[in-house]
Design a binder for this molecule. Structure first.
Ligand code: PMV
Length: 402
């Protein structure tokens, strides 16, 4: 299977190496928020995530090492969707951010080039997302993880790839693996790396359902948000202690025992705690909107007899839901009754419930009465529903030409 994104013909003839990597975004179950080192992107607390399925959401990045044809060519050229940036690795113009942070890119490059002795070469990178960046799903995690893999393979880097990805965007280190992943907090860069806790096939009954809400608000960057939190929140100190001393162990135990009630509860508590910390930031940061809060209430009503569905929210209003196969169709059917009463069941599956959901049967067993308050005439509050199983490790292809 040829995964690579095509480059111009004049590059093809001069190509020394071509690496392509596909990575999926990850969703933090115990969240990272706050750095102890801004440059090295070292987190205040450890975090744990699930990697999504590459077939549902992915970033694909191709990197070509190319022989130089003439001295006027820029050393680095990066295309990201329809944007482009070009610069040399000794550029002093580090604040420019056309495609990605030049400063972070050059830091990653420096780390891999120490032991790379090759003739003069150029770097050409193309990156595409299978999902609209504007829909507020964490594309920086999958994007930087794919980039880190490409750079590591192109430069024969023998160190830890998740450390490279982390230098691009903290949460990207967790997208370097499929399954369930832990990013360890340490004040030493080489120890602040990600490790897989469980592979993608460990808990096959687990589902992730993403509700992309219609929201036109511009996202506040997580980099700025967490910096402000560290500078101004009192609660963050308590959160770091709580996560390190209790939460990481609780979720690891729940995962080992496949205890969904315990697993779901700690995920929801951690998401709520993270958003409480955002509100304790001064001035406060609000990532949830009214629809997000409504889904939280809905889940708690659904869970009155025990935790069957869990929610989690990152630095945005979109909802990440976790549930086992037994409750998936019941909960999605409930969402359909409340939010999609204006579309037929067939259209709902075709248009809204993308991908694997085609195998799913929608059943109408949920009594709607107790959810009456959520019913609305307002259409399109949810823009897309994505369904994913736990995703596998990144896919890589490498071609050497000379
Ligand atoms: O790595 P960043 O800068 O995109 O920050 C991610 C922050 C959260 O998504 C809110 C939490 C997490 O651990 O992914």
């Amino acid at each position: 299977m040829n995964m690579s994104i095509s480059f111009d013909d004049d590059i093809k003839d001069r190509c020394i190496k071509l690496v392509t990597c596909e990575c999926a975004p990850n969703i933090a179950l115990i969240k990272y928020w706050g750095k102890s080192d801004e440059d090295l992107i070292l987190p205040l607390n450890s975090s744990i995530s699930i990697t999504l399925d590459c077939d549902i959401l992915k970033s694909t990045t191709s990197l070509a090492l190319v022989k130089r044809a003439n001295n006027s060519e820029p050393q680095i050229r990066i295309w990201f969707d329809d944007k482009i940036d070009e610069f040399d690795s000794n550029t002093s113009d580090l604040t420019v951010k056309k495609v990605l942070s030049r400063k972070r890119f050059i830091r990653i490059l420096k780390m891999v080039r120490e032991n790379f002795h090759h003739e003069d070469y150029l770097i050409r990178i193309k990156s595409l997302n299978s999902f609209p960046t504007a829909c507020g799903l964490a594309s920086s995690a999958s994007g930087y993880a794919a980039l880190a893999h490409c750079i590591a393979h192109a430069f024969d880097f023998k160190g830890d790839i998740s450390e490279l990805a982390r230098l691009g965007s903290g949460s990207a280190c967790r997208s370097c693996f499929g399954g369930f992943v832990k990013w360890n907090a340490s004040n030493q860069s080489s120890l602040s790396i990600a490790k897989q806790l469980k592979p993608s096939n460990y808990w096959p009954e687990l589902n992730i359902v993403v509700l992309v809400l219609n929201d036109h608000r511009k996202e506040n960057s997580s980099t700025d948000g967490m910096k402000l939190t560290v500078e101004s929140s009192e609660l963050i100190k308590h959160r770091v202690k709580l996560v390190e001393e209790t939460r990481i162990k609780v979720i690891e135990d729940a995962l080992n025992d496949k205890n969904f009630e315990k697993f779901g509860e700690i995920i929801m508590r951690d998401s709520n705690n993270f958003h409480a910390v955002c509100m304790d930031t001064y001035p406060p940061i609000f990532y949830l909107n009214e629809s997000s809060k409504e889904i939280i209430q809905l889940v708690h009503i659904f869970n009155q007899t025990g935790v069957k569905v869990a929610y989690s929210f990152d630095a945005g209003p979109n909802v990440f839901l976790f549930t086992l196969d037994d409750y998936l169709s019941q909960f999605v059917s409930l969402l359909k009754q409340i939010y999609f009463s204006y579309v037929s069941s067939d259209d709902f599956i075709e248009q809204k419930f993308i991908s694997k959901a085609k195998n799913m049967v929608l059943i109408n067993t949920t009594p709607i009465e107790k959810y009456e308050k959520f019913k609305t005439d307002e259409n399109n509050r949810i823009k897309y529903i994505l369904h994913s199983k736990v995703g596998h490790d990144p896919r890589i292809s490498l071609e050497n030409y000379h």
